[in-house]
Design a protein around this ligand. Structure first.
Ligand code: C2E
Ligand code: CA
Ligand code: CA
Length: 575
């Protein structure tokens, strides 16, 4: 067969064998070369000037379904392939015009061409086509189907990875990275726009009380509602856990944006059923304007965050728009935060004491210890300024330990049976933190542990009720008394009173407001009665005048605390 083919090639006077141009290749060697072509994986074919196939190796014949010992023209070969469904993908359905166009390229296009062809059966070929001066065409084809598949797999993997890296998997909203890109881009555009930071109030509580599946559902629904803001040309995003953002459209009126978010907040606050639990998600929203309230992404975020902080401080569930005062406050906070760790090391925190008195006899029965920061330049700072900062930056436990130790040295003349009450915050309500601290205090031999009273707010109990209950029990075993602080203002005080063992409750001073109104008085009476019935010692906080003291005493409360009996003061004064 090879000989036949060779003779055909010779008959057409293939130029490589033209006399004088190149050394003649002996017939035997030529046979070897042809045999080598036969076993190669690349398809090799040769068409003569009349486009008749004069040679095709096995790979080529297999690839293009050309029967052995047949020598069709290029056009005939393509027609046959097309009919068998293995030809090149032809965009129009007309194979003849495709062949005509291909032949124009083959005969009159550049003499050396390399290109990809995709075939109707899904295969891909890489073709190198060489037209010789004499009009012969040498065609080499390589099957690159698997290469193509790998390429395709890589491309989709890359597209998916890019998409995933910019999307929050839970809500399908844009993620933080994507939001930051967008903010950069909008700053680049130079048009003013607004940014809203959104915080889902008490999300941790939802998660802890109803489980993570419910928590996820709440986030997902919020995500869906935020997604709808796209219709107003806003870009919603989930930045982290329960933090979301909405980037307003470039050039939009800030008042329009604030109004849009107020409406959104109300809409989001609808009570919804999540897995059998009725939940009313509430949002805190802080807004800042790019350009005006922040010159770059960082400062814009900081301003929106300052506005958000303002909402949270004011009791949450509101929209606040950034003002300069909020920015100043933020800077002051940041400054204090930086100074906090030095303050601990420099012993700048001191305990103040406020007497707790027996309303019947007027005798002081103990003191509540309240922290003060003796700041070297700002003077005395009250705990509402630094306790929240320490909650995020740490140091609370060290503070409590220092203060109790100091109290032991300073309050030498504690009345017989007198107690020192101290406050602890959410983060401190853990056994592995509280117990070692109290045991250390016990060993140091300051105030005997059974003279200490631990005040816990309900807020602290809610964060992790199980761990809190265990911590409280362990502390009680050490001999301390446990008191529920700010009783009555949380939303499940009664539940905690029933489930946990307290020695007393402190009624928040908000219950003393407008006591001349009968309804308010009856309310206070009911709370005192409840505590008495449960055998809990009651301390009513915030008594500022004698009239209030008399009413409170008349309603059956045993103990009181407030400016009337003494303001919080350093040890020398009260003792
Ligand atoms: P709290 O435990 O409810 O403490 C009572 C607060 O009411 C104190 O504010 C006290 O000065 C104030 N107060 C007392 N009597 C009256 C009154 O007659 N009228 C009015 N208007 N206010 C009165 P302070 O000292 O600013 O403490 C604020 C909060 O900071 C405390 O609330 C407590 O939760 C927290 N705190 C204070 N010291 C510490 C501490 O060492 N550790 C922790 N974790 N929290 C502390
Ligand atoms: Ca307290
Ligand atoms: Ca209190």
């Amino acid at each position: 067969m090879h000989d036949t083919m060779e003779s055909r090639i010779q008959a057409k006077s293939f130029p490589a064998t033209a006399p004088g141009s190149e050394p003649r290749i002996p017939v035997a060697v030529r046979s070897i070369l042809l045999a080598a072509l036969e076993i190669g994986s690349q398809g090799v074919a040769l068409f003569d000037p009349s486009d008749l196939l004069v040679y095709a190796n096995e790979a080529f014949r297999n690839g293009w379904s050309v029967e052995p010992n047949t020598y069709p023209t290029f056009a005939e070969m393509m027609r046959l392939c097309h009919a068998n469904g293995v030809g090149p993908v032809v965009e129009t359905d007309n194979i003849e015009s495709w062949i005509a166009a291909a032949n124009r390229r083959r005969r009159f296009g550049p003499p050396l061409r390399a290109f990809e062809v995709d075939l109707c059966d899904g295969r891909w070929f890489w073709i190198t086509e060489r037209r010789l001066d004499s009009g012969w065409i040498l065609l080499i084809g390589q099957d690159i189907t698997s290469l193509k598949h790998t390429e395709e797999t890589l491309r989709t993997a890359r597209d998916t990875a890019v998409r995933d890296s910019l999307t929050d998997p839970l809500t399908q909203l844009a993620n933080r990275r994507s939001a930051m890109n967008r903010l950069d881009w909008q700053f680049g555009g130079g048009k003013p726009f607004s940014l809203a930071l959104i915080d889902l109030d008490h999300f941790k509580r939802i998660n802890d009380s109803f489980g993570h599946a419910v928590g996820d559902e709440v986030l997902r629904l919020l995500g869906q509602k935020l997604e709808a803001l796209r219709a107003r040309n806003c870009m919603p995003a989930r930045l982290a856990g329960d933090e979301f953002a909405v980037i307003g459209p470039p050039g939009a009126d800030p008042d329009w944006f604030a109004e849009l978010l107020r409406g959104f907040m109300q809409d989001a606050a609808q009570t919804t059923r999540f897995h059998d639990h009725l939940i009313q998600p509430q949002l805190s929203i802080g807004i800042a304007r790019a350009g005006v309230d922040g010159k770059d992404v960082r400062s814009l975020l900081a301003s929106a965050d300052a506005a958000l902080y303002e909402v949270k401080r004011g009791g949450r569930s509101a929209v606040s728009v950034y003002t300069k005062a909020m920015g100043d406050e933020r800077l002051a906070r940041a400054e204090l935060r930086r100074e906090l760790s030095d303050a601990l090391a420099n012993d700048e925190f001191v305990p103040f004491f406020q007497p707790i008195v027996d309303l019947g006899t007027g005798a002081t029965v103990g003191y509540e210890m309240l922290a003060r920061w003796k700041h070297p330049t700002h003077g005395l700072i009250t705990p509402d300024r630094f306790i929240p900062l320490m909650m995020s930056s740490g140091g609370l436990m060290e503070l409590t330990e220092n203060l109790i130790e100091r109290a032991g040295r300073e309050i030498a003349g504690l009345p017989a049976g007198g107690r020192i009450a101290f406050n602890i915050s959410v983060q401190q309500l853990k056994r592995d933190m509280l117990l070692p601290m109290l045991e250390r205090l016990g060993e140091k031999g300051g105030i005997p542990l059974d003279r200490l009273e631990m005040e816990i707010t309900e807020e602290a109990l809610l964060e992790n009720p199980l761990e809190a209950a265990r911590a409280v029990e362990a502390v009680r075993k050490l001999g301390l008394r446990i008191v529920l602080d700010d009783f009555g203002i949380g939303f499940s005080s009664l539940h905690h009173l029933r489930e946990m063992h307290f020695d007393g409750v402190k009624l928040d001073r908000s219950f003393l407001k407008k006591l001349d109104e009968r309804r308010n008085q009856r309310f206070l009476a009911a709370l005192i009665h409840l505590a008495n019935e449960l055998n809990l010692e009651t301390v009513v906080e915030g008594i500022e005048d004698e009239k209030t003291r008399d009413i409170v005493a008349g309603l059956g409360a045993r103990f009181g605390q407030g400016y009337l009996f003494g303001r919080p003061a350093p040890a020398q004064t009260p003792v």
